[in-house]
Design a protein around this ligand. Structure first.
Ligand code: ATP
Ligand code: MG
Length: 412
């Protein structure tokens, strides 16, 4: 990507209503644009990050054996009446009337839709267990949308739903999903913790959340490593861990939540299968969510300094950024830079080049703000001395590398 082709500018200051660092940095670097309260457009760099997170989640879900589907965003109110969640969810539901005055909602979650699909298409225990997932836009009419994409009204979620003949099978899949989540958040290079949680209006008894650790997190979590115990403080009765151990507290951002739902949905929606004795039973269900768009903000909360974002390599919009200190009267600098850019691209490396007609100070400040992990600085002096500076955004460390070794150095 050539920055000279990109029409938008970074901003020196964030709007005053952006309280959280990640929100400020996302707006200043132009990752997102606000359309209305809690509703955002993903701009090119932001979208690249979002897609990387999405792809990591997709790969790990596929690896676990779950099957990807794409359900409609719009859902008929009748389904929600069956489970009584039309009332339970209340004002969080964005209600829509069609031209025949039928009532719908924009889906905040999809237990009803997937249960409806299964009750119409499975008959026997032999078709279970099954786990379906999707990566899709949700809408929740949050009372206080804030912190940008952290608590938005429209946001991207991965949601999965599993169905089982019995509790034992549900627990097996629940454990598999938990391990899949650990693997996803490790791959995304996030510092996270799995904690015991409450289930809310989704239902069921057992649930766990995955929190990215950050000072600014809305939740408080408590843990005792000696007892291998960790919980959202919402679930705690006492001031100690179950065996009396002392609790340590931290703040967290909820990026994932898994639930054992039991037969709440299969009962109320009359999903039944024949078991091995020919008897009709209600399958057990699990559901598993990840806040894909919230992860972008959470990753920035965990990875920034006062100059800007410091992307983890796994989700950075680009691996390398070439900063060209061009000279209007001498095209050799730009020629060298473009050559390196093209060689890296030919090798499949995601690279951007700051080839704009801007002062060096502007380019360095933007590079710090954008947070690409590795910067290559191409200027007149470097070319004359036949070595270029490569700097790490995270450590600030600089290495000098001979020009004809740059590409192999960056590839390695
Ligand atoms: P919260 O407690 O933050 O309101 P929730 O418990 O209502 O979230 P779930 O129903 O568990 O959310 O949804 C699964 C995941 O979707 C959450 O773990 C979170 O990462 C993400 N998510 C939920 N609400 C939002 C939102 N308003 N904006 C962005 N992401 C969200
Ligand atoms: Mg939750």
């Amino acid at each position: 990507m050539k920055l000279s082709n990109y029409p938008l500018r970074t901003l020196k200051d964030a709007p005053s209503d952006a309280e959280l660092m990640s929100h400020q940095l996302m707006l200043r670097s132009g990752l997102i644009k606000k359309l209305a309260s809690g509703i955002f457009t993903w701009m090119p760099f932001g979208l690249k990050v979002l897609r990387k997170i999405e792809q990591t989640v997709r790969n790990e879900m596929d690896e676990s054996g779950a099957l990807e589907v794409l359900m409609p965003t719009i859902q008929p109110s009748e389904l929600w009446q069956e489970t009584q969640r039309w009332d339970d969810y209340g004002n969080l539901l964005l209600q829509i009337h069609d031209r025949h005055d039928r009532l719908f909602c924009y889906g905040p979650t999809h237990e009803e839709v997937i249960t409806d699909i299964l009750r119409k298409s499975i008959k026997s225990y032999k078709q279970l267990p099954a786990n379906f997932y999707q990566i899709q836009t949700k809408f929740r009419d949050e009372i206080r949308p804030r912190f940008g994409v952290m608590r938005a009204r429209e946001f991207l979620m991965k949601d999965a739903y599993s169905f089982h003949l019995n509790q034992e099978s549900l627990e097996e899949e629940y454990e598999k999903m938990s391990q899949t989540y650990e693997s996803i958040f490790r791959k995304l290079e996030l510092n996270f913790r799995k904690v015991k949680a409450t289930s809310g209006e989704i239902g069921g008894s057992i649930s766990h959340e995955f929190h990215v650790i950050a000072e600014s997190g809305e939740d408080e979590i408590a843990f005792c490593d000696g007892e291998n115990f960790a919980a959202n403080v919402e679930t705690l009765d006492g001031k100690n861990a179950p065996n009396g151990g002392e609790l340590t507290y931290a703040r967290g951002i909820e990026v994932g939540h898994i639930f054992q739902l039991g037969d709440k949905y299969s009962q109320s929606m009359k999903l039944e299968v024949l078991d091995s004795n020919g008897k009709n039973v209600n399958p057990y269900m699990g559901c598993y969510g990840i806040g894909i768009s919230r992860i972008v903000a959470a990753a920035i909360e965990q990875n920034h300094d006062d100059k800007g974002i410091i992307w983890p390599k796994a989700i950075s919009p680009f691996a390398i950024s070439i900063i060209v200190l061009n000279d209007k009267n001498d095209s050799t600098v730009m020629d060298h830079a473009i050559k390196i850019y093209q060689e890296l691209r030919a090798d499949g490396i995601e690279v951007m080049i700051d080839d704009r007609d801007e002062r060096a100070g502007v380019k360095f400040a933007d590079a710090d703000l954008m947070g690409i992990p590795t910067n290559v600085i191409v200027g007149k002096r470097g070319i004359e001395q036949n070595k270029l500076e490569i700097t790490s955004r995270r450590t600030g460390e600089t290495t000098e590398v001979k020009i004809n070794e740059i590409v192999s150095h960056l590839k390695g």
